[in-house]
Design a protein around this ligand. Structure first.
Ligand code: CTP
Length: 221
């Protein structure tokens, strides 16, 4: 089955976990890699949906594919599960927040004289839920690509995530490398495939990297 006949679901950007109506926990993801992947996906398939957290609206200007805006990691999980079909390819480039405040205040939390600390609880791991959903619903053709943003022990962590999240492949992004990472226009990646092979993608624009990633996926389908 060719990529052109598949539904391609791309996620991108950060998620937000609110403490009160004014403050949230998030991360530095801008969604540029996700948009680049959705753009490239739309060159090969008419059925593309881009599920994104809060990102600059300019990044979405003029896009002809479907976009779905979400806020929290739990919202993103619901949106992803709602789109999945057996004929889907999921490219999980988002950087969902891993923790959420145990308590969310309805009103602005006022500062006191002393320090403050908050308890955080885990948000759902979207890819692990997708992997369970795939098994439960018998979605044997569903192809899942994850991303790993790492600063140290990069290969070990990426290969660990490939296995623990039940992925078909994972794209490792060393966010501390020059020319890679959050907010940059270029990226450098190593793609690990679940048959033990790997592909090195040297520094290129995020659009070029996205094209390479889609070609790798096409070859694996
Ligand atoms: N991811 C996910 N659900 C989360 C967090 C991450 O599905 N709650 C996905 C990301 O979209 C990415 C992959 O898991 O495709 C790896 O994300 P990353 O942030 O590198 O790793 P984590 O699993 O969050 O682990 P850690 O933060 O400990 O490195």
């Amino acid at each position: 089955m060719k990529l052109s006949e598949r539904k391609i679901i791309v996620t991108g950007g950060p998620t937000r976990e609110w403490f009160d109506p004014i403050r949230f926990l998030s991360n530095a993801s801008t969604g540029k890699m996700g948009v680049a992947l959705a753009d490239e996906a739309f060159r090969v398939s008419e059925d593309v949906v881009f599920i994104h957290g809060p990102i600059s609206p300019e990044l979405l200007e003029g896009k002809k594919y479907r976009t779905l805006s979400v806020e929290s990691t739990a919202d993103m999980l619901e949106a992803v599960l709602g789109e999945l079909t057996d004929m889907s390819v999921l490219i999980m480039a988002a950087a969902p927040a891993d923790y959420t405040p145990v308590e969310k205040s309805e009103v602005k939390i006022k500062k006191g004289e002393g320090d403050i600390s908050f308890s955080l609880k885990r948000t759902p791991d979207i890819l692990k839920n997708v992997s369970m959903h795939k098994t439960e619903k018998g979605l044997s053709k569903l192809f899942v690509a994850g991303f790993a943003a790492e600063t140290n022990n990069t290969e070990e962590y990426a290969i660990g995530k490939l296995k623990s999240k039940g992925l078909d492949m994972i794209c490792l992004n060393d966010v501390s490398a020059e020319g890679a990472g959050f907010g940059k226009d270029t990226n450098i990646m190593t793609v690990f495939i679940n048959d033990g092979s790997r592909v090195e993608l040297p520094m290129q624009s995020k659009g070029e990297i996205a094209g390479e990633i889609l070609r790798i996926i096409e070859n694996r389908l």
